[in-house]
Design a protein around this ligand. Sequence first.
Ligand code: SAH
Ligand code: SF4
Length: 390
Amino acid sequence: MPVTTLDPAPTLALEGGSANREPLIGLSRAALAERLRTLGVPERQIRMRLSQLWSWLYVRGLTDFAGMTDIASALRTELAERFTLARPEIVTEQVSVDGTRKWLLRLSDGKEVETVYIPEADRGTLCISSQVGCTLTCSFCYTGTQHLVRNLTASEIVGQIMLARDRLGDWPGAVADDPRGIPDAERKITNVVLMGMGEPLYNFDNVRDSCLVAADGEGLSISKRRITMSTSGVVPEIPRWGEEAGTMLAISLHAVRDELRNQLVPINKKWPIRELLDACRAYPGLSNAKRITFEYVMLKGVNDSVADAKALVRLLAKIPAKINLIPFNPWPGAPYECSDWEQIEKFAEIVNRAGYASPVRSPRGRDIMAACGQLKSASIKQRASERLAS
Ligand code: SAH
Ligand code: SF4
């Protein structure tokens, strides 16, 4: 497995460290304008300066203020003294045989998260994390076994996109240091999914703010239709997410009966399937052009019967939906096995016949543990293996 360990001191650390400087990445336009005011930029210049800065940050991907040639040098110096454009630090970068790329990133307090890039023929999807670990304990998910949990800041969430674009050479005129598996497309990242570590709706404000920055048409320009937020089912926050963020929605359903879903996705005990689907039916903007994705992990002998498949299509009838069947991705000590391919095909056929297209999500990056539900910080894995060894 190819593991590239990068220089632990990235370019920005050379500028004198970012410990006391506030990150600008991830701030809303309004917050950024406020920062410019505090630096004494006159009111009549705020709009212009804001749009210059925004463009340097999010269209050009600059990592230092010195290159912002249309901004007065005194202002550039002040910006550099007070603020940082640092990305999360890369601990490792792994490239799978199928081109999937996984970064283990270290945040300013030493905590770690993972980000995954999945290139396909017609798109490039970045799977980002919203929390360090996850407070929920879905029984088939590796992230849920990690106890160390905190919310990511908006800066750390948008920072994952910035870092990925840096490494993929996805800025105008940029070239990737390591081009393995990177498609020859004008834009390397066309889609973003909040399907990494964490429950996005438990970090609502920061995740919303970062989606708004990512979707800004004069910046990163990843439209809301190309951003998907996946939730295990935090029902009361779903309508607010639709109103305030308005991205595409994915629901981790995984079972058609409450009794089983209670075991697989324990948050179901609080908000059962019926309430979850009611919230889905009421999701703002829902239509055949804007469908909800229902994720369904295939667990051998647990939720993969023909009866389950039939119940699934009955349950989702009348909801504009896509169904994503995810082969279970194993992890060390997991209490489940992936369904047999024959069974997955049988299940898929029933789902297909009910009118849902291309339902099986092929596992990507399994050789580097980058597939769904396999994410967990490497240092924690290492500590666990040290414990086993002692
Ligand atoms: N917490 C959110 C988003 C992150 S998980 C959520 O649960 O929706 C992203 C997707 O991966 C979810 O559908 C999750 O159920 C699924 N998943 C988790 N562990 C998995 C595993 N081991 N194999 C396959 N899919 C898994
Ligand atoms: Fe958390 Fe999602 Fe994993 Fe459940 S599946 S433990 S909600 S990351």
